[in-house]
Design a protein around this ligand. Structure first.
Ligand SMILES: C[S@@+](CC[C@H](N)C(=O)[O-])C[C@H]1O[C@@H](n2cnc3c(N)ncnc32)[C@H](O)[C@@H]1O
Length: 233
C-alpha cells in the first residue's frame, strides 16, 4: 500500500530536510561513484531478499541511517541477514559506504533517497526488522505532518513487517516522543509494545548499537534518550 493518501495530513508525500552538506572528500566521492552503484537498491521492481541478495534471508530496513554506523554494526553482527538502508543525505551515504568498505560487508544495500520510495516496493510481510532511530523531529506543530512517525508511514511499516517482526524506534526529543506514542496508540491491533517498566525505554536494549546522533544527544546536549521496541502481531 502507499504511504500517501490524498488529502490526509497524517501522511508524508514528499521528502523534507537537506540532501547535501559539506562537499565530499575525493575518497568519499569515489565511493559514491564506484561502490554505491554496486550495492544500490535497484531503481525498479519488488525489493525482495532474492532480488537484492540472490537468496532468501531475513531482511532488515533502516529508515534514515545518518552516518550508517548502526546499520553497519548490525550487518556485521548478522552476516546471514540482509540490510537495506535509505538516506537522502549524500554525506551520510558516503560515510555508510566507508563502513561497508572497511568492514567488507556483503549484506548491505543502500538507497540514496527517500526511505518510503523503497519501503513501498517491499512485499507485505517480508521484513524481519525496521529501524527508525532519531528521525528528524520537526518540533513545530505546523510541521507535524513531516514527521516520519505518522499514520501513513507506520501503516506501511506494519504492512511490511512479518508477524513477530520488530519495529525499533529511538528519540531524544520530548515533542517527538509524545507524538510517536500517540501515533502508536492507534496501532495496538498491529503492534505490541515490548515493555516491562521504565527500564525498557530508559536503557538501550542489547543489540541496539548507539548511533552518532544518539551519542551527541547524550554527551554534547545532555539529553535523555528513549528506546522503543514494538513487536508485529
Ligand atoms: C536526526 S538524523 C538521525 C540519523 C541516524 N538515524 C542517527 O541516529 O544518527 C535523521 C535522518 O533522517 C534522514 N531522513 C529524513 N527524511 C528521510 C526519508 N524520507 N527517508 C530516509 N531518511 C530520511 C535525514 O537525512 C537524517 O539523516
Amino acid at each position: 500500500m502507499s504511504a500517501y493518501k490524498e488529502g490526509d495530513p497524517t501522511t508524508l508525500n514528499r521528502l523534507y530536510g537537506r540532501s547535501q552538506g559539506k562537499p565530499l572528500r575525493a575518497s568519499q566521492q569515489e565511493l559514491v561513484e564506484r561502490l554505491l552503484p554496486q550495492i544500490a537498491v535497484p531503481p525498479e521492481g519488488p525489493v525482495t531478499s532474492e532480488a537484492l541478495f540472490g537468496f532468501d534471508r531475513p531482511l532488515h530496513f533502516e529508515i534514515g541511517f545518518g552516518g550508517g554506523e548502526h546499520m553497519a554494526e548490525r550487518a556485521d553482527l548478522l552476516p546471514d541477514h540482509g540490510f537495506i538502508g535509505a538516506e537522502p543525505f549524500v554525506n551520510g551515504v558516503a560515510q555508510a559506504l566507508t563502513h561497508v568498505r572497511d568492514r567488507t560487508l556483503a549484506n548491505v544495500r543502500i538507497h540514496h533517497g527517500d526511505a518510503l520510495e523503497v519501503l513501498r516496493r517491499v512485499p507485505d510481510g517480508a521484513l524481519t526488522m525496521v529501524y527508525l532511530l532519531h528521525p528528524d523531529p520537526w518540533p513545530k506543530a505546523k510541521h507535524a505532518k513531516r514527521r516520519m512517525m505518522n499514520d501513513g508511514p507506520v501503516r506501511m511499516i506494519a504492512d511490511k513487517l512479518k508477524p513477530g517482526g520488530e519495529f525499533r524506534f529511538g528519540t531524544d526529543h520530548p515533542v517527538y516522543l509524545r507524538h510517536a506514542l500517540m501515533v502508536m496508540r492507534r496501532f495496538t491491533d498491529e503492534f505490541e509494545w515490548q515493555v516491562e517498566g521504565r527500564a525498557s525505554w530508559e536503557n538501550r536494549p542489547s543489540g541496539w548499537p548507539e548511533t552518532r546522533y544518539e551519542h551527541k544527544a547524550r554527551t554534547v546536549y545532555g539529553h535523555e534518550v528513549w528506546y522503543f521496541r514494538f513487536r508485529r502481531k
